[in-house]
Design a protein around this ligand. Sequence first.
Ligand SMILES: Nc1ncnc2c1ncn2[C@@H]1O[C@H](COP(=O)(O)OP(=O)(O)OP(=O)(O)O)[C@@H](O)[C@H]1O
Length: 324
Amino acid sequence: MKPIIEVKNVNKAYKKRRSKECVQAVDNVSFSVQKGEILGLLGPNGAGKTTTIKMICGLLVPDSGTIEISGIDNTKHRLRALKHISAVLEGNRNLYWRLTVRENLEYFAGNRGKSRKEVKERVEQLLHDFRLKEKEKELVNRLSRGMQQKLAIAVSMLAESDVILLDEPTLGLDVETGYEVRELLKSIVKEYERTVIISSHDMDVIQDICDRTVIINKGKVVTDDKIENLMRLFEVKSYIFNLGGLLTDQQLELLQNRFTEMTYTPDTIYSTIEVDLFQNEAIYELFDILKMENTPVESFDRVTVNFEQVFMKIVNGGEKICVG
Ligand SMILES: Nc1ncnc2c1ncn2[C@@H]1O[C@H](COP(=O)(O)OP(=O)(O)OP(=O)(O)O)[C@@H](O)[C@H]1O
């Protein structure tokens, strides 16, 4: 099936201020999104997420590469392509600040050529789904940041476009409101059956809501996979060994040379090693190094990892992860 969004070999550089140098914000990025998929664009600060989102929704033009939306090139046929997309960008909530919550929804619903009855029904539905009913008469400029964000997302749903882009939907919200917005997104993205791209550096948002994640670091795609696959990959590869003794300097050096991802924690007479074993044979090499000094292994187990740790490993490892 042809993807609904296809980003192909896209590059974007910015000129640094007061200098002739450039920052390569997006470096040969390619990924695609199928209809109905919920994709998380994840990456640390400055990774290139916002630049990518802005290129998809036509606010920035790539230096090279192509972006197709429903098969339409969004630089060659910008308006036609953008009909398929609505976006909620960080710090740019497209709302009328001097209108109430209900008035905003009515305005944007009416704007789409709907009948009065249809507008009323739609607005009621959204007020209910987004838990905004209590605030329907409140002016937008008096709403909390979280409420404004919910309203902005509700407005984006009104467009009935195939694809919704959400840039950092929980950024700057307090923990409780962030959680509420996340839970809300989780329930509505499935219910409203849209294709969604969420950019975030909030791991919980990505893990809870998205089917798949594209992780970007320093402008490059480092991983593109289902979250469950990434979790599985790291879960089975991370081990903790409880040792009934301490390592000698020579053993430690050998282990550190062999296993880059390794943590040694000595206690008085016991110690632990946490290590990532990417090949099954590596475990035998580890045992050989321990056997050199007859260091007893009292127990070993897989480490349970959370998505945040997986993300840190991928980003800090800097390598392309291939799964499957
Ligand atoms: N208008 C601009 N002019 C110059 N450099 C820019 C501009 N916008 C972004 N950059 C730089 O491009 C790189 C990617 O920025 P971008 O905002 O796309 O990343 P991001 O992943 O969205 O980061 P964050 O999570 O911090 O918003 C960064 O190094 C950033 O400093």
